[in-house]
Design a binder for this molecule. Structure first.
Ligand code: PMP
Length: 374
């Protein structure tokens, strides 16, 4: 990371609660096998890249104007996609909201539903950004624990007792969870939404990795008609292989979308972003066919790691958390020395590897055998 600029006399002081903090930053290193931030390893095909170029060219011809502030066409496209993907009736545009990555979606949610004297609750180990959205919005962040390794499961009782103990205004449940890969039983979502309803609390189910879930596991999207306080957040960064375009979205009751509209910055979603996202959705058959490859690679790699004697967290996502013991930093470094970048994240002794192409995954296996012979 770049070192902070030296303070000159008179340099303004940021907020006291930000003193000494470091920006989010997984290493961005140019190595042959980048398996550290749960990206999709498959770039757009030349035909899709050309179609995106054409869509951007069209958008460019009116970049003197602000973009459609309500991105109506994109919302309709996403509604149609979700109906197909999750077997739900297509959500209306008024139920869909889009922002620059689900990071911005979640940030906006906490701007509108968190705030001073409000509490947000999550379950650790969780995605590292959650406490940062809370900090930025002056929301108190509380993390209860997930169940023990290697399952890192979450149970209904556990969630209900954490809600009873902390009286949160917002609860974030992640399915599949990052960094553990654990999918969530919908009974838990149902029970949490019901428990929060009398206090008008919000339940956010972060399904950033939703498309990688196992067959037959329903999405929390199917519960939206039952619960006015449920939000399901998704992203185009993972299954759609569109991390570089920054497109995340949520589906919820229109009243929740209306509340976000109050805090969003005007025209936050550029015309270029909207054009690229719509083109990717139009080519979804091609993009989503790669999800099947990644799921198969995931299951094969989990088997391989278990075969080597690692504890492996059961994963419904495009990454795997596995146990290496006290040596984790040395092993992480030894993998990097061999051109394989994975992530030192999660509980002590565990490492997380994102699934890459079959070639990436083979390189990872070879490097791991050298770094940690078994
Ligand atoms: N939620 C989870 C659980 C994630 O792991 C990530 C990204 N790693 C995000 C949200 C944010 O992704 P994006 O902003 O690219 O949509």
């Amino acid at each position: 990371a770049p070192s902070p600029a030296p303070a000159r006399p008179g340099t303004p002081a940021p907020r006291e609660d930000l003193a000494g903090m470091h920006p989010y930053g997984a290493p961005q290193l140019d190595v042959p096998h980048m398996l550290n931030v749960n990206e999709n390893p498959f770039p757009p095909s030349p035909a899709l890249a050309a179609a995106m170029g054409e869509a951007v060219r069209e958008a460019a011809s009116c970049l003197n104007r602000y973009p459609d502030r309500e991105f109506e066409a994109l919302r309709a496209d996403l509604g149609a996609y979700l109906a197909e993907e999750s077997g739900i009736p297509a959500p209306a545009a008024s139920q869909v909201w889009v922002a620059n990555g689900s990071n911005e979606v979640m940030h906006q949610l906490l701007l509108a539903f968190g705030g001073p004297n409000r509490t947000a609750l999550g379950f650790a180990p969780h995605y590292s950004m959650y406490p940062e959205y809370a900090r930025d919005t002056f929301t108190r962040w509380v993390a209860a624990d997930r169940g023990p390794a290697p399952e890192f499961a979450l149970g209904t009782e556990q969630v209900l007792s954490a809600i009873a103990e902390h009286s949160p205004d917002v609860v974030v449940l992640t399915s599949p969870n990052n960094p553990t890969g654990t999918a969530l039983d919908l009974e838990i979502v149902r029970a949490a939404a019901k428990a929060l309803a009398p206090r008008r609390g919000l339940l956010v189910v972060d399904e950033a990795y939703g498309e990688f879930r196992r067959d037959g596991v329903p999405s929390a999207l199917t519960l939206l008609p039952e619960h006015a306080n449920l939000v399901v957040s998704r992203t185009m960064s993972k299954a759609f292989a569109l991390a570089g375009a920054r497109v995340g979205y949520l589906v919820a009751d229109p009243a929740i979308v209306d509340a976000i509209r109050i805090v969003r910055l005007p025209y936050h979603l550029s015309a270029v972003t909207q054009a690229v996202a719509r083109t990717a959705i139009a080519h979804r058959a091609e993009l989503l066919s790669q999800v099947a490859v990644l799921r198969a690679e995931r299951d094969a790699l989990a088997e391989h790691l278990r075969g080597r004697g690692h504890q492996v967290a059961p994963s419904d996502a495009n990454f795997i958390l596995f146990h290496v013991g006290e040596d984790r930093h040395r092993i992480w470094q030894a993998l990097l020395d061999r051109g394989v970048l994975i992530r030192e994240v999660g509980p002590e002794g565990w490492l997380r590897v994102s699934l890459g192409t079959p070639e990436d995954n083979t390189a990872f296996r070879t490097a791991l055998q050298e770094a940690d012979p078994r």
